[in-house]
Design a protein around this ligand. Structure first.
Ligand code: IVH
Length: 667
């Protein structure tokens, strides 16, 4: 029986790997997602019943359950170089002339690849097993992102061993976020009030730098291999061959790679993709042109920065000209007025663009954008289109500069420039536009997470006067809801049920939901942990707040102000009276370094400065930037400088990296 289970487990694993290969490498899936999920579920169940049979390379073991405390460093065996850029056909020809001159022959060919806009990654395979992944970093030293990269299903955990697999194989390639995943992620983030990622590259980079791989796993990252780093034995004599071998080993290689016999063919391929790139499900910012033969690459060598056998051809950012039909002013949750251009619809990088944010009034006047103007909109790496230029010569006669609003466009009340001098705010706390945004934020996923209380329902409830503050949410009656347009009995019940459920959300969610300026989810968590109750937070003072690690003076001031505004306190009182009873954080054991203040100076071998400081904080200690009499100890690495002198002067305890390790104990 046990033997049979083992066999079944092995069979399921190899089936799942085969289907991953068919999907990611051959682009020819043979089963539906549902069938795949079924195989996966069966494997998971069998493994759960037989945990002794779980192996780290099982497809079920991609996501680790524990968040990391930081990223280690990896020194690249071979530096990860960058590539020089060209921007037009003439520059490509000049590159080709140099290649020909340096090789002293015209007997060479090229491989032309898409330059995917993600981030470079190095994957290390030992005897066919994935053991480590590192970012490029500064080219010499990168971050160890193994735990996060394991979650990327396009990265095989074991290579296919039907041919020869080198003992050590470092594969380099690009981790990227497909556009569909990017759009979905940003839509979600805007719902939860988190800032949107500007482009898929930032989103991919941000996702690889998360300490919790469970979140990375939800980000739908993907991967294409495009080069070898260190290998224990040569596996190919040219690049084309290498890519074919990669595929055989089960590594995904972009299907759009082409060979080119000469530079004119290269130029044709590049200009083809400049047109076709809008159809791809991922962003490319150019093409990469590589000399094919590896011996010729050796002859060409590299400058300090980039190899001489490789060049990138960068596409011009996509720009289109269109007309501003009108300019709207939107009011956000904190009352900020944002001018938005409504455009005559225009096709740009594969999507129809109808609106572009003008960011703020300074920017609007810098551009001098006016209604009726012909403008250039650009979508460079950025997904959100920008107005980059106003064609003043095409300006219609009699056009007038856009008038600075004198009052809030929604409530008609007073507006004011804020301290930064850039933003204009509506200062009416009852402004319905602000109220709507604040309520949407309160109920949003990252805050109180009230399911079914969506954006349009909130707007309807504000318009009908049923919602005037957060507190009103908890006074809503099912009958009031079902009396609304388009609201069935059942949906009304769903809403009230979700509202009821949210009463017991963790304290940090409630703090975040208030939408206090400068306080997002993370700082709300810090505040909740630190004070343990809403009451303690309300009754604190600015100094106590400002002394909390990671809460700066600006945040401290903002929190203090919020809880000293009588209107806010009245609403909080009502919330509590309606039964909002947040779950309080459990008390943490004080860390080993609780109450201790430390300084880190000089270069450490096993930690980056940031990691060392994070380790101190995690153990409950405080990190300061300068040494004083109050400092408890100084961690000293290579080339420590004046901080060491100061520590000696004040008689502060000095420890080296080894002692630091011991101090942290089981770190
Ligand atoms: S080859 C020395 N091939 O472009 C050459 N790079 O600016 C090593 N990239 O950091 C890189 N697609 O992240 C190569 N097909 C491709 C690529 C590619 C995207 C990125 C890579 C690198 C950057 C260079």
């Amino acid at each position: 029986m046990a033997e049979q289970t083992k066999k079944r487990i092995e069979h399921l694993r190899s089936e799942i790997r085969r289907h991953d290969y068919l999907y990611y490498v051959l682009n020819q899936p043979k089963i539906s997602d549902r069938k795949y999920d079924k195989l996966f579920a069966e494997l998971k169940q069998l493994e759960q019943q037989n945990i002794q049979l779980i192996t780290p390379d099982s497809p079920t073991q991609r996501v680790s359950g524990r968040p990391l405390e930081g990223f280690g460093n990896v020194r690249h065996g071979l530096p990860m170089l960058s590539i020089d850029n060209t921007y037009n056909a003439d520059e490509l020809k000049a590159f080709d002339e140099r290649v020909e001159r340096l090789l002293g022959s015209s007997n060479y060919d090229y491989v032309v690849e898409l330059k995917i806009d993600g981030l470079a990654i190095s994957l290390l395979y030992e005897n066919g097993s994935f053991v480590r992944a590192a970012t490029r970093g500064d080219g010499q030293i990168g971050d160890d992102v193994t735990t996060n990269v394991r979650t990327i299903r396009a990265v095989p955990l074991v290579l296919i061993k039907d041919g020869k697999v080198p003992g050590v194989l470092e594969v380099r390639g690009e981790v990227y976020m497909p556009i569909r995943a990017f759009t979905k992620l940003n839509r979600m983030r805007s719902k939860t009030g988190e800032p949107a990622f500007a482009n898929p590259r930032n989103a991919a980079a941000g996702s690889l730098k998360l300490l919790d791989a469970r979140i990375t796993a939800t980000r739908n990252l993907s991967f294409y291999a495009y080069a070898a780093g260190e290998v224990s034995e040569a596996i190919a004599s040219n690049h084309w061959q290498l890519l074919q071998i990669f595929k055989r080993l089960g590594l995904p290689v972009n299907p759009n790679i082409k060979k080119a016999g000469n530079i004119d063919e290269v130029i044709n391929i590049c200009s083809d993709w400049d047109r076709k790139r809008a159809d791809l499900d991922y962003h490319i910012d150019g093409m990469v042109v590589k000399v094919n033969r590896l011996d010729q690459r050796d002859t060409l060598g590299a400058t300090g920065r980039a190899p001489r056998w490789c060049i990138s051809y960068k596409f011009a950012a996509e720009r289109e000209s269109t007309v501003i039909e009108s300019i709207d002013v939107q009011v956000g949750k904190s009352g900020i007025l944002t001018p938005v251009a409504n455009l005559k619809p225009v096709q740009l990088a594969g999507t129809t663009v109808k609106r572009a944010s003008l960011h703020n009034f300074d920017e609007l006047y810098r551009l001098d954008a006016r209604e009726g103007d012909t403008v250039l909109v650009e979508k460079a790496g950025e997904i959100i289109p920008q107005v980059v230029e106003v064609k003043k010569t095409s300006r219609p006669a009699g056009s007038k500069p856009f008038g600075l609003p004198k009052k809030c466009p929604v409530c008609g009340e007073k507006i004011r420039k804020d301290e930064s001098g850039v933003y204009i705010r509506c200062i009416n706390p009852k402004c319905p536009a602000q109220l709507k945004e604040r309520l949407k934020y309160f109920a949003g996923r990252g805050q109180m997470d009230i399911e079914h209380l969506g954006e349009s329902l909130i707007e309807q409830l504000v318009d009908t006067g049923l919602l005037r503050s957060f507190a009103d949410i908890y006074k809503l009656q099912q009958e009031q809801l079902s009396a609304l347009d388009r609201m069935a009995q059942k949906s009304a019940a769903n809403v009230t049920e979700a509202i009821e459920k949210s009463k017991g959300q963790p304290l940090w969610r409630l703090i975040a939901a208030f939408g206090i300026r400068h306080i997002g989810g993370q700082s709300a968590q810090i505040l909740a942990e630190h004070f343990g109750s809403l009451e303690a937070l309300i009754n604190t003072n600015v100094e106590t707040l400002a002394n909390i690690e990671q809460i700066g003076p600006v945040m401290a001031e903002s929190v203090y102000e919020y809880f000293h505004e009588p209107k806010n306190l009245a609403i909080i009182k009502q919330l509590l009276a309606s039964g909002v009873n947040p779950q309080l954080p459990t008390k943490k054991r004080p860390g080993k370094l609780a109450g201790k203040s430390a300084v880190v100076t000089g270069g450490l071998e096993n930690f980056s400065r940031q990691q060392a400081e994070q380790a101190i904080r995690q153990a409950g200690g405080k990190v300061s930037s300068g040494v004083s009499k109050k400092t408890d100890f100084v961690v000293v690495g290579e080339k420590p400088g004046s901080k060491l002198d100061k520590a000696k002067k004040f008689g502060v305890k000095i420890i080296n990296e080894k002692q630091f390790f011991e101090l942290l104990g089981d770190f």
